[in-house]
Design a binder for this molecule. Structure first.
Ligand code: HAM
Length: 435
């Protein structure tokens, strides 16, 4: 048996409806906020992601799937959606005639990480990117869109952690004091942080290894080094979040794992114990230099991405049912070859009219076929034998009340439709609403 690669998984038929429902919910929310879908390639030229030799993010330095294609081009399987969106934005000149371009995407991403619950090597992200506006209010729109999705999925106990990395001047000031602070603890730093100290000291704050050490806790805080512009900008973001009654927690140590961020950065965390260590369901921030770094015109951007597996896991752990298991309308049981041929025609008529139908083409015992009707949660089970066929009749059982009747062979479609219609009228009558 050939097994799937480590860190990947199959979405089996009994799970795919949940995915479809999640995707449908995402699309509805994006429509409300007027974000338009973009679909970019799953692989890109390696330099879309490997842009800067000084990049310190684990994702770029350790986790990408890189390979040469047959023409010796260096290719990378996308580890995230932002850089590919920005590449497409530039290449297709989406900025022409548009001072604000709002995009969303869903699809697989690839990172060579150590697999565990909620962390895979192939996983799916839903992300949004708003390009062209540097207004702090659009940062808030992105967070608010994330909050709307969480609400629509019925998720509770989601914490929004937020911080500001300020503009370049603020980060440079902060960088200097951080270097000074951590340089006096070089021996105590983990190997990764020793490298970060040289390339991007801010990323030390993201370290899971050094996090609990005293010198880490006493490190200077970015908020004390934001210049007036950055401070004001951050205050505007927080004020707008307050005005939307979106709860958040300012986290001084939040710097995010990717190197392209400036100003607003945020993470959405689920606080359910069973979730385990990978409890960040979504994250994002502002990236005002990424478009120009990728060769485009100077354009600000902000966005976020959710791990779709983590959204579904959170949903499951909170006991929410994303989809109610709905069955089919009609399951047909044929007793004999002639009946089977007739049922093929009957199912065709029903399906054209919008009724979902199923039969077992290879037959089997009556008992096993009734069982299959049950397994398919069929609303009606129809049984056709030679005798009924000769009289142009068929037996139909309503599985909601176990009432069985014999009806005309050509009445199957109107019979089922009428029953379903009466039922929906009945439901409306009982809640006093007019049809
Ligand atoms: P990220 O924090 O690297 O940000 O990933 C966003 C989300 O993807 C995470 O919060 C997590 O839910 C999910 N995720 C990441 N890695 C894995 C994994 N190995 N297995 C399962 N889920 C995972 C970004 O990717 C940025 N592009 C977000 C962004 C968009 N920033 C601005 N625009």
């Amino acid at each position: 048996m050939i097994a799937k690669p480590k860190g990947t998984y199959d979405i089996l038929p009994n799970e795919s409806e949940k995915w479809a429902k999640l995707e449908e919910t995402v699309r509805k929310i994006c429509k409300l906020y007027n974000y338009k879908e973009i679909r970019t390639p799953i692989f890109e030229s390696a330099n879309v992601f490997h842009r800067d030799a000084n990049d310190t993010s684990d994702m770029v330095t350790k986790e990408t799937y890189d390979f040469k294609d047959r023409s010796d081009r260096l290719i990378t399987l996308r580890p995230e959606g932002t850089a590919g969106c920005v590449r497409a934005y530039i290449e297709n000149k989406l900025y022409v005639d548009n001072n604000q371009t709002k995009l969303f995407y869903m699809g697989p991403m690839f990172r060579y990480e150590r697999p565990q619950k909620g962390r895979n090597r192939q996983f799916s992200q839903f992300g949004v990117e708003a390009l062209g506006s540097d207004s702090p209010l659009i940062d808030v729109e992105v967070i608010s869109l994330g909050a709307s999705l969480i609400r629509a999925l019925g998720l509770k106990d989601v914490k929004v952690k937020i911080n500001s990395l300020g503009d370049e001047e603020s980060r440079n000031n902060y960088r200097d004091v951080l270097i000074k602070h951590f340089s006096s603890h070089t021996d105590e730093l983990c190997e990764d942080c020793k490298m970060r100290l040289k390339k991007n000291p801010l990323r030390i704050l993201d370290c899971k290894v050094d996090r609990d050490k005293d010198f880490f806790k006493s490190a200077p805080k970015i908020n004390d080094y934001l210049n007036d512009y950055s401070k004001k900008r951050f205050e505007t973001v927080l004020k707008a979040l307050d005005s939307l009654e979106l709860k958040y927690e300012v986290d001084d140590n939040l710097v995010r794992g990717l190197d392209y961020y400036c100003h607003t950065v945020f993470e959405l965390e689920v606080n359910v114990p069973e979730f385990g260590a990978q409890n960040v369901i979504g994250a994002g921030g502002r990236y005002d230099k990424l478009v120009s770094d990728l060769g485009g015109p100077k354009t600000p951007g902000v966005g976020m991405a959710f791990g779709m597996e983590r959204l579904l896991l959170a949903n499951e752990l909170m006991g929410k049912e994303l989809v109610r298991n709905t069955g089919i309308h009609a399951y047909f049981i044929a007793l004999g070859d002639k009946a089977r041929e007739e049922i093929v025609k009957l199912m065709n008529i029903c399906r054209i009219g919008g009724l979902s139908c199923e039969m077992d083409y290879s037959g089997g015992s009556l008992k096993s076929q009734f069982k299959k009707a049950d397994n398919n949660l069929a609303r009606f089970t129809l049984i056709l034998g030679d005798n009924e066929l000769n009289e142009f009749k068929i037996n139909i059982k309503d599985n909601s009340n176990d009432v069985q009747e014999t009806i005309g062979l050509f009445d199957v479609y109107p019979y089922i439709v009428n029953k379903l219609k009466q039922e929906s009228l009945g439901a409306c009558a009982s809640c006093n609403k007019k049809e």
